[in-house]
Design a protein around this ligand. Structure first.
Ligand code: ADP
Ligand code: MG
Length: 364
C-alpha cells in the first residue's frame, strides 16, 4: 500500500506554560512512501518523528495537510478503520493475558463481514506468532518473557489484523545491544516476507541505515533529506545531515575557499574549482584521509589503534571543530605510531564543504 503525505503539519500549544505559544512539531511534510518499502524516519529526540507516525496511524489529527493510503484519503478516518498495525517502544502488552490472548485481542472486535470464529482467530494468531518465531510461547504471560520476546509478541499483535501499513515507534530502544541487533534483522525479514509498507521511527542512525530502503532525516519538524541510506551518506544536503549519519562521525573543520582552493588552518588541502572565495565549514568522513608524506593537512598524532582490517588514528588540529580527528585507514598502510605528527592528503569525494553561515552544502 502506497502511503502519501501531503503538506502534513501538526501544531501543538506549547507544553511549557511559562513560554506559551505554539510548537510546530511537524512542518509541511510531503513525501510518498512507495508500496512495500521500509522507510526509516530518523532524527534527534523532539524532531517530530512520533507525531508524524501518530498522524499516519490516525491517533493524532493533522493541523493541516492530507494523508492517502493508495488513492484513498484517510485523513478523517479513525485509527480502527485505517488498517494500521502499531508497535511502540514499551511493548504495551496486557499483563494478565497469555501471549495467545494478547495476539488474538485485536481480532475480537472485528465486526460484520470481518468477524472471525474462534478457530479462525486461533489460526491467524498462530500464523503471526510463527512469523515472529514465538509460536512455542503461546501460553506464557508477558512477565515470563524476555524483552525481545515481548517485543515479538507486540509485533505479532500488530500483524495479526494483516494491516495495510505497519508503524514502529523506536521498537528496539528497550532492548539490550545484542537483542537490538537481532531484532532489527528480524523486523527486516518480516517486512520482506509480508511485503507490508512499513515506517520505522528511530533516533539511531545506524539502525535506520541498516534496515531501511529509504530514510527521511528530520530536524525540528522539517524534513532535511530523503533518499537511500548510502546516497544520503555519500551526498548529504547540509551539515546537520552530514553530522547525523556515520560512525565514527564526520570530522568537522573551520576552513575557507580562496582562488579555487580549500584551506584548512592555512594549508591548501584540496582544489575546489568554481567555488567563490568565502568562509566554509569542512566535513571529512573518517575514511576520507590518505596517509601521505606530502599531504598538506598536518595533524598532531595522539593515538594509533590497529583493529585488524583497519587502523584508527586519533589526531588533533587547531582548525578542527571536534576535540579530536578520527580517521580510518586500511591496515596495509604503514604508520609510525611514535611520530609527533601525521600528514594527510584527502579523497575529494569524501570531503564536503558547507556555507559557514547557512550550513548548506556547496558542491564542487
Ligand atoms: P520525536 O518523536 O522525534 O522525539 P515528537 O513527535 O514526540 O518528537 O515531538 C515533536 C515536538 O512536538 C516536540 O517539541 C514535542 O515536545 C512536541 N509535542 C509532541 N507531542 C506534544 C503534545 N501532545 N503537546 C505539546 N507538544 C507536543
Ligand atoms: Mg518519539
Amino acid at each position: 500500500m502506497k502511503v502519501e503525505l501531503r503538506n502534513l503539519t501538526k501544531i501543538f500549544p506549547s507544553r511549557n506554560k511559562k513560554v506559551g505559544g505554539e510548537v510546530i512539531a511537524v512542518n509541511d511534510f510531503t513525501f510518498t512512501i512507495p508500496d512495500g518499502t521500509l522507510v526509516g524516519l530518523l532524527g534527534p529526540s523532539g524532531c517530530g518523528k512520533s507525531t508524524t507516525l501518530y498522524m499516519i496511524s490516525g491517533l493524532q489529527k493533522p493541523s493541516s495537510g492530507q494523508i492517502f493510503f493508495g488513492e484513498e484519503d484517510v485523513t478523517e478516518l479513525s485509527p480502527e478503520n485505517r488498517g494500521v498495525g502499531l508497535v511502540f517502544q514499551n511493548y504495551a502488552l496486557y499483563p494478565h493475558m497469555t501471549v495467545k490472548q494478547n495476539i488474538m485481542f485485536p481480532l475480537q472486535n472485528l465486526k460484520g463481514a470481518d468477524k472471525l470464529t474462534k478457530d479462525q482467530m486461533l489460526e491467524r494468531a498462530l500464523e503471526a506468532a510463527k512469523l515472529v518465531q514465538i509460536d512455542d510461547l503461546m501460553d506464557r504471560k508477558p512477565s515470563e518473557l524476555s524483552g525481545g520476546q515481548q517485543q515479538r509478541v507486540a509485533i505479532a499483535r500488530a500483524l495479526v489484523k494483516m494491516p495495510r501499513v505497519l508503524l514502529l515507534d523506536e521498537p528496539l530502544s528497550n532492548l539490550d545491544a545484542r537483542l537490538r541487533l537481532q531484532t532489527r534483522e528480524e523486523i527486516r525479514r518480516i517486512q520482506k516476507e509480508t511485503g507490508i509498507t512499513t515506517v520505522f521511527v528511530t533516533h539511531d542512525q545506524e539502525e535506520a541505515m541498516s534496515i531501511s530502503d529509504m530514510i527521511v532525516v528530520m530536524k525540528t519538524g522539517i524534513v532535511q533529506q530523503v533518499g537511500k541510506p548510502q546516497d544520503i551518506y555519500d551526498d548529504p544536503t547540509n551539515l546537520f545531515v552530514a553530522k547525523f549519519l556515520g560512525t565514527p562521525p564526520i570530522n568537522v573543520f573551520k576552513g575557507n575557499v580562496a582562488g579555487g582552493k580549500l584551506y584548512i588552518g592555512g594549508a591548501a588541502v584540496l582544489d575546489v574549482p568554481g567555488v567563490s572565495d568565502r568562509d566554509v565549514t569542512v566535513g571529512i568522513r573518517p575514511e576520507g584521509f590518505n596517509l601521505d608524506e606530502n599531504g598538506a593537512l598536518v595533524c598532531e598524532l595522539s593515538n594509533v589503534e590497529v583493529m585488524g582490517r583497519d587502523i584508527s588514528i586519533v589526531s588533533k588540529n587547531e582548525a578542527s571543530l571536534n576535540p579530536v580527528i578520527r580517521s580510518i585507514i586500511n591496515s596495509d598502510s604503514k604508520i609510525d605510531a611514535t611520530a609527533k605528527t601525521v600528514k594527510y592528503s584527502l579523497k575529494p569525494h569524501k570531503v564536503f564543504i558547507f556555507d559557514a553561515k547557512t550550513e548548506e552544502r556547496i558542491h564542487f
